[in-house]
Design a protein around this ligand. Structure first.
Ligand code: MG
Length: 294
């Protein structure tokens, strides 16, 4: 089931895409909830019965045509900074060493985790304002996002599946010069607008666990990244378990699981993003997240 946050007639709402994707069934209509319910509020309060009712409703056409709405990020305002994994594909180690100009950078023994501030997350219909005045080295990173579904702590890897609500496509847009200059990655990852996610959240019941899916990016139609989540150095059960050890994860928390090789930083002559570029990140079972840079 694909859940969507959208703007229709000036109001932000949440819904489920019908099976053919052409219409939207509003969550509030099916479950008798307030029309302004947000995705985070829904994730916080949902039960299995709610998901079953929505799934059934999505088998019929909804009341709103998908083409008539503006699709927002499924979670436009996260409850916390996004939890990110740095360098989670072996193929990305070498280009990170190159990009950070740090010859000592090696494949990490333990996962690198960092926080990414996103006051607002951009959806697939948003243009992203590059801050080229601060850093002209703007880069893309296609990633699988994991959305936490229940409050959890100290979870063993084998028990992580039930902590997850679903998955989305994530672009961890990065300012490489700031990332390099400040050593810690937070500032280079957190400029306003440099987080995009969407177009939907795919509920976890739709895929075997742990998820195996292609992760692809294109810039102006040219393929830049193409890998698969089975090549993770630390898989989703490992990441969720690691992060939950001694740190409470809450419903609506977002984990960005790392990007494969092919970012601009790794190129001998980096093709940094520039105004007018169109970046597409795709994970086929979930969809395509497309943004124009301005
Ligand atoms: Mg990343």
């Amino acid at each position: 089931m694909k859940l969507i946050t959208f703007e229709y007639e000036g109001k932000q709402q949440i819904g489920v895409l019908s099976e053919d994707g052409r219409t939207i069934v509003r969550v509030c209509d099916v479950l008798g909830l307030p029309a302004d319910l947000t995705m985070t509020e829904f994730i916080q309060r949902h039960g299995e019965d709610d998901l079953a009712a929505l799934k059934k409703a999505s088998e019929c056409a909804g009341t709103i045509e998908t083409r008539a709405v503006r699709t927002l990020s499924p979670i436009p305002r996260p409850i916390h900074d996004v939890l990110c994994v740095g360098v989670n594909y072996a193929s990305h180690v070498e280009e990170t060493r190159h990009g950070l100009k740090d010859q000592k950078f090696q494949r990490p023994e333990k996962s690198i985790y960092f926080g990414k501030r996103a006051v607002e997350i951009q959806g697939p219909d948003a243009e992203i304002q590059g801050r080229f005045d601060l850093d002209e080295e703007m880069d893309y990173e296609a990633e699988l996002a994991v959305i936490i579904g229940r409050r959890c702590r100290d979870v063993a890897p084998e028990d992580t599946e039930e902590c997850i609500f679903g998955y989305s496509v994530f672009n961890d847009l990065s300012s490489r010069k700031l990332q390099r200059l400040h050593k810690q990655w937070l500032r280079g990852k957190s400029l306003d607008g440099y987080t995009a996610m969407g177009p939907v959240i795919l509920t976890r019941d739709e895929l075997p666990y742990p998820i195996e899916a292609d992760v692809i990016s294109r810039v102006n139609g040219e393929e830049r990244q193409h890998s698969n989540t089975r090549l993770f150095l630390n898989d989703v059960p490992g990441i969720v378990s690691d992060l939950s050890m001694g740190m409470t994860l809450e419903p609506g928390d977002i984990i960005a699981t790392g990007t494969p090789a092919g970012v601009a930083m790794g190129m001998d002559e980096p093709k940094w993003l520039k105004p007018g570029d169109v970046v597409e990140c795709e994970i086929p079972p979930i969809g395509v997240l497309r943004n124009r840079i301005r």
